[in-house]
Design a protein around this ligand. Structure first.
Ligand code: NAP
Length: 516
């Protein structure tokens, strides 16, 4: 195997790197070797034991407010390492604005959770849920609910596309709840997660055992989980299904939340025919989603539904905007789209696009982006817009090209648009472009059971909207069915997922406690 530097894992409060890598990660910019990854020699039983016997107890000594104060400190710590993180992030293919989403976005989630905990959680180690309920006529017997942290470990398995935000958005709620974390970043971008953990560890802010990170495969770790542990997974549907099906996970009812593939959609409606302001809002959003992380976002718009009468104008306006984009080195400020994360990801996207092209027309010209002039070992991909003949071409509802690719699909009427959007089998997000609040509301109510988030964009909120693709700490991120059936973020909801809610019954003296 190669002599490349191996990404270190942080286990049992110490750094460890095997001498040789089992996987070598290459830069998608120019193909040079960046780092190796291997978890050989890591004792997963010891990792879990350290979390449960050292991390959990040290974290549970702290109140929610003390944990929140530590999260706040971490924001300042990471801010000091921003330059290094941006530099490493460019080697994942991220442009500066992509890195902003990942790095500043990750710090933003920590800050948001810290403030929310200080505002909305007591300075305590448990949470009372609701008021006491009288259970006897004479007032001698009551019941109520209390939330306490799980006594195990939170194992967080992440996708390659957000090595900073992805780790931190899972870490913040678990840490606040009082549950120690074992991170497992995706191998291809583990060298960024390593730097995040290194900065955190060096700061000495966290109690011992509360954060560990394993770079490389973790076979054998999930097999040791109990009902006090938690798995937070982001990645493909296939891996989620495999891990969810493990005996240990099923028979111990391990809490398992998954964020997986998603055929997200955007629906254009027209208030004034071709002069509708919605058209430009819709086109703007598609362009933004194609550019951000070069389309490698779980929330990116994969299916864009357009009234039949507006297909021509949308193809024309979107086509000319896409033709103006620049693909290239992510460190070049002129670049709109950096490379995909790896050449194997390029092959994956190609495979998906080939399936779609069997029934769709290409509305963009790949030759326009001069990819042949870029580094031959880079992982560049031309932004691609496809046009489906109609909504009945089924692959558009099942095949997810995880890159800068979107498909325009004509629809007949609003009922047809939601029916088609819902054919995605459960998605993370849908967006509706409409100046008509009544129509928008009726679409939202039909889309909602199939989506974790629905964004409605009109000219009143277009400037302030946080966009189709951005999950926010305040709002639920997740989706039913195909999207994994999981839920992350959403304010304190995600903290409580790491806690057991217990009904407590007894006499008024026993039940009538208050937070200190
Ligand atoms: P993946 O192959 O499923 O990998 C995701 C994570 O699972 C990686 O950390 C991977 O580690 C790990 N993993 C793979 N096999 C495992 C096993 N047997 N045991 C434990 N961990 C295992 O997904 P991907 O191809 O990297 O990611 C792209 C997919 O993720 C896309 O389909 C996208 O839709 C989805 N995604 C979803 C969201 C969301 O929030 N819903 C966000 C981003 C991406 P290694 O890297 O070491 O193999």
């Amino acid at each position: 195997m190669s002599e490349v530097r191996v990404v270190s894992s942080y286990v049992a409060d110490g750094w460890y790197a095997p001498a040789t890598a089992t996987t070598v990660v290459r830069s998608p910019v120019d193909g040079r070797e960046l780092a190796g990854v291997s978890s050989e020699g890591i004792d997963f039983e010891a990792v879990l034991d350290h979390a449960r016997s050292v991390g959990g107890p040290s974290l549970r000594k702290c109140t929610f407010h003390e944990r929140a104060a530590m999260l706040k400190e971490l924001v300042a710590v990471l801010a000091e390492h921003k330059d290094e993180l941006y530099e490493l992030s460019a080697d994942t293919g991220a442009t500066t604005s992509d890195s902003w989403l990942d790095i500043d976005g990750g710090m933003g989630v920590l800050a948001s959770y810290a403030s929310r905990a200080l505002r909305e959680l007591p300075d305590e180690r448990f949470v009372l849920d609701g008021d006491p309920e009288a259970l006897s006529r004479d007032g001698s017997f009551f019941g109520r609910h209390v939330r306490t942290p799980l006594r195990g470990a939170a194992v967080h398995i992440n996708a390659f596309n957000f090595p900073c935000w992805g780790e931190l958005e899972k870490f913040a709620p678990a840490f606040l709840a009082g549950v120690p974390v074992v991170m497992k970043p995706a191998s291809s971008t583990a060298f960024v997660a390593e730097k995040v953990v290194e900065a955190i560890v060096e700061s000495d802010v966290l109690p011992p055992g509360t954060l560990q990170m394993v770079a490389g495969p973790i076979e054998g770790l999930l097999e040791r989980l109990t009902g006090q542990d938690y798995v937070g997974f982001t990645g493909s549907q296939q891996t989620a299904t495999l891990l969810r099906g493990l005996d240990s996970v099923r028979s111990n009812s391990v809490r398992f939340t998954a964020e997986t593939d998603s055929l997200n959609s955007a629906i254009l409606t027209l208030s004034h025919g071709e002069g509708s302001p919605e058209i430009d809002l819709f086109v703007d959003e598609i362009v933004r989603e194609i550019k951000a992380k070069s389309g490698q976002r779980c929330t990116a718009i994969r299916r864009a539904f357009v009234p039949e009468s507006a297909m021509e104008v949308v193809i024309e306006r979107l086509g000319s905007r896409i033709a103006g984009l620049t693909v290239g080195d992510p460190r070049d400020p002129e670049t709109d789209l950096g490379p995909l994360v790896s050449t194997s990801q390029v092959a994956e996207v190609d495979k998906a696009v080939d399936i779609l092209r069997a029934g769709c027309e290409l509305a963009t010209d790949p030759a326009r982006f001069g990819l042949e002039g870029l580094h031959p070992h880079g992982a560049y991909y031309a932004p691609t817009v496809l046009v489906a003949p109609d909504g009945d071409f089924e692959p558009v509802h099942h095949v997810e090209p995880f890159g800068p690719v979107t498909t325009l699909i004509p629809y007949l009427d609003p009922a047809n648009a939601v029916e088609l959007a819902n054919r995605g089998g459960g998605s993370l997000v849908a967006s509706v472009y409409s100046e008509n609040p009544e129509l928008a509301r009726s679409l939202v109510l039909e889309l909602a059971p199939h989506h974790g988030r629905v964004l409605v964009v009109d000219t009143r909120c277009a400037q302030t909207s946080t966009g189709h693709g951005s999950p926010l700490p305040h709002l639920v991120h997740g989706g039913p069915g195909r999207a994994g059936g999981g839920e992350e973020l959403g304010g304190l909801r995600s903290v409580f997922r790491y806690m057991q809610t217990t009904a407590v019954q007894g006499s008024p003296d026993t039940i009538d406690w208050n937070h200190e």
